[in-house]
Design a protein around this ligand. Structure first.
Ligand code: PLP
Length: 416
């Protein structure tokens, strides 16, 4: 029999959960029927015209798609190399690309007859998007959050509660994201019948990595159309930041089989290369199984999950999509890092030159794009995924750029 060579797109969409050696479905026995039902529903909806029509209508009416494709002429001239463009996912409802896979999964949960949604969140952005979609679709919503995150992300806790979600602080372990994931899995094991676990990135057990990639691929599809309409051709390079990998996969998917489009994922270099100072799992992680899937994770000498650091909460995660791990091994996606300092500088550059304040996560992609543009000819085209907007980072960027006014503000708050 002749070997059939699948395109990257087909490999991902037809996968039964493995992407090369990565992926899988490592969950407690009691959840397997649930995951099988989700995988079957995911298969069905790909060819269900009614579902897809409702999905696209909701993305349009509720989230505001299509998002803008914006030339960056001033920065391009200042840098003096490639022409830069951004895809503004920050214009989505709730401020980032996350709502794309939240809408998709919530509609799928409804189709499965689930009335109760659980989710976990670190910085609160995924919880916020989930709570908004659940309110819109009339679904009960519970969000788990480590106690420390719960305290330090008060604004997002408040938004979730205003939207009717129940936010549960988790007191176990280090009281951050991984503990919230464990709490969410425990809840799911205890209530498998009525509950849908709404996952926040292209990670986790099968079918979540492929499914969230599918719900995010609209980003790249719009870029293709908008880039051709604006420039007459496809980009030479697409650049996205990598936390779990959902905005990167959303941007890259449509271009995976276009060999001339370079795809670059940028990880959080943090403040150094030592363990605990960054979140660069594809650079420095080791292969392992955690949170239901096989991929690269930041680990210590004996294989425990290592601590991570990034100035951007959304990149501050120990694992990465098994699909990106596979595409990295295949040489289809190249991975780079940008540091905290470089990301902060990129926020300021984009704000000053183009009037757009990107999320700190997205700023990592911009930092690399600026370096790369300088090395490329003037007719080259680089598109950067602005995965989110920067308002949520107020207290971090303000501490960096306007320490004094932040102190005055805090003093005033305390005195009032
Ligand atoms: C959560 C988040 C990310 C990181 O998640 P991915 O799954 O890697 O996309 C990136 N940017 C923003 C704005 C986020 O909120």
């Amino acid at each position: 029999m002749e070997a059939i060579s699948l395109s990257f797109q087909d490999t991902i969409l037809q996968s039964q959960g493995y992407f090369g050696p990565y992926g899988g479905c490592f969950v407690p026995e009691v959840l397997l029927p649930n995951l099988a039902a989700i995988a079957a529903a995911f298969e069905d909806i790909k060819t269900d015209a009614d579902f897809l029509a409702e999905l696209h209508q909701t993305l349009q009416d509720f989230s505001g798609r299509p998002t803008a494709f914006t030339p960056l002429p001033t920065l391009s001239t200042q840098i003096g190399g490639a022409q830069l463009f951004l895809k503004n996912e920050g214009l989505n409802h709730t401020g980032a690309h996350k709502i794309n896979h939240c809408i998709g999964q919530a509609l799928l949960a409804k189709r499965l007859g689930k009335k109760r949604i659980i989710a976990e969140t670190g910085a609160g952005q995924h919880g916020y998007a989930t709570a908004a979609v659940c309110a819109r679709l009339g679904l009960d919503c519970t969000v788990y959050m480590g106690r420390i995150d719960y305290e330090r992300q008060r604004p997002n806790v408040y938004w979730m509660e205003l939207l009717g979600a129940k936010v549960v602080p988790v007191e176990d372990g280090s009281q951050t994201l991984n503990d919230a994931v464990i709490a969410a899995f425990k809840d799911w094991v205890a209530h498998p019948e009525e509950t849908y676990y709404l996952l926040g990135s292209a990670v986790g057990p099968h079918p979540y990595p492929a499914m969230n990639t599918y719900f995010q691929k609209i980003v790249g599809e719009e870029i293709r159309e908008q880039c051709i309409a604006t420039t007459g051709r496809l980009p030479d390079a697409c650049i996205a930041c990598v936390g779990g990998g959902s905005n990167a996969m959303g941007m890259f998917f449509d271009f995976l089989d276009e060999a001339d489009v370079q795809l670059i994922g940028v990880e959080a270099g943090g403040r150094g290369e030592k363990p605990g100072e960054h979140a660069a799992k594809l650079r420095q992680g080791k292969v392992g199984v955690f949170e239901g899937y096989h991929s690269y994770f930041l680990q210590d000498q004996v294989g425990n999950i290592a601590s991570t650091h990034s100035v951007s909460a959304g990149l501050d995660y120990c694992g990465v999509s098994p699909i990106l791990a596979f595409l990295g091994d295949e040489g289809r996606v190249q991975f780079e890092v940008a540091s905290d300092e470089e990301a902060l500088a990129a926020v300021q550059a984009l704000a000053r030159a183009e009037g757009i304040i990107p999320a700190l996560e997205s700023a990592h992609a911009f930092a690399h794009a600026f370096k790369m543009a300088a090395q490329m000819p003037k007719d080259a085209i680089i598109v950067v995924n602005a995965s989110g907007r920067g308002e949520k980072d107020l207290f971090i960027t303000m501490r960096h750029f306007q320490e004094e006014s932040l102190k005055t503000y805090a003093r005033k708050l305390l005195n009032d």
